[in-house]
Design a protein around this ligand. Structure first.
Ligand SMILES: [Zn+2]
Length: 235
């Protein structure tokens, strides 16, 4: 028996379910077509100087930025992200990266001239607990579509900052200051290059800005752009 036949058989006996509505999924689907059509897309990749780009540019030196979905605690995206984060749903996270990259690539030049995709790392302890980094999986999905190489060994997270939710803006900044570090290979690899930082969700952008500042301080000639899956608080 081929593995495809086995997969088909398993899916026939145990049909996979849409992570949003619970409806049945068909072959090749990770989200059902109805839910897919209702997701809150930002379409920011079509607009330079979009609101995420404006927000990040006010706090960090970036070239361009895009976020694919609006995130709200009551929205359709919550069960999706919850599954990629806490339910070990790694293929879904990779699929979301592919979905985002396919759409962005089909009507814009966001990925033109990009040398590396750099997933925002987790601290080692968190990575051991969870077993995977969802930003790495998103980057893998983006790579499948764009063929841009991923650089995961250039950036480290030294501190696993706790939840930012109940902090004021100033406290958030203090909370994420100097939480990233670079590795010895960073200078050589990123000198004069244009990289895209990949993250799953951003709210104030403070964590991304902290990361950008660390990279810029180490390699001033490196140009940095940002692609996040979802943006909270920006509707
Ligand atoms: Zn659905």
């Amino acid at each position: 028996m081929t593995s495809t036949f086995l997969q088909d058989l398993i899916e026939f006996i145990f049909p996979r379910k849409c992570p949003i509505c619970g409806g049945r999924l068909y072959k090749g689907e990770w989200i059902c077509t109805t839910c897919l059509s209702r997701l809150p897309y930002t379409l920011y990749h079509r607009t330079r100087d979009n609101r995420l780009e404006q927000r990040l540019k006010s706090i960090a030196p970036i070239e361009r930025a895009t976020g694919y979905f609006f995130y709200s605690p009551q929205g359709e995206l919550r069960p999706l992200l919850f599954q990629t984060k806490y339910y070990n749903h790694q293929p879904l996270a990779r699929h979301l990266g592919k979905l985002m990259a396919t759409h962005i690539k089909s009507d814009g030049d966001f990925f033109e001239g990009i040398d590396f995709l750099v997933p925002i790392p987790l601290a080692n302890k968190r990575l051991r607990q969870r077993g995977y980094n969802q930003s790495q999986l998103l980057a893998e999905g983006i790579h499948e579509v764009t063929q841009i190489p991923i650089s995961s060994d250039t950036l480290l997270r030294t501190v696993d900052n706790p939840s930012q939710t109940h902090l004021t803006n100033t406290e958030r900044w203090e909370n994420v200051k100097d939480i990233f570090a670079i590795t010895p290979s960073t200078h050589e690899r990123f000198e004069g290059k244009h990289i895209v930082l990949v993250d799953d969700v951003t709210t104030t952008g403070a964590t991304l800005a902290s990361c950008i500042q660390t990279l810029k301080k180490a390699v001033p000639t490196c140009r940095i752009s940002v692609a996040v899956l979802a943006i909270a608080d920006l509707e």
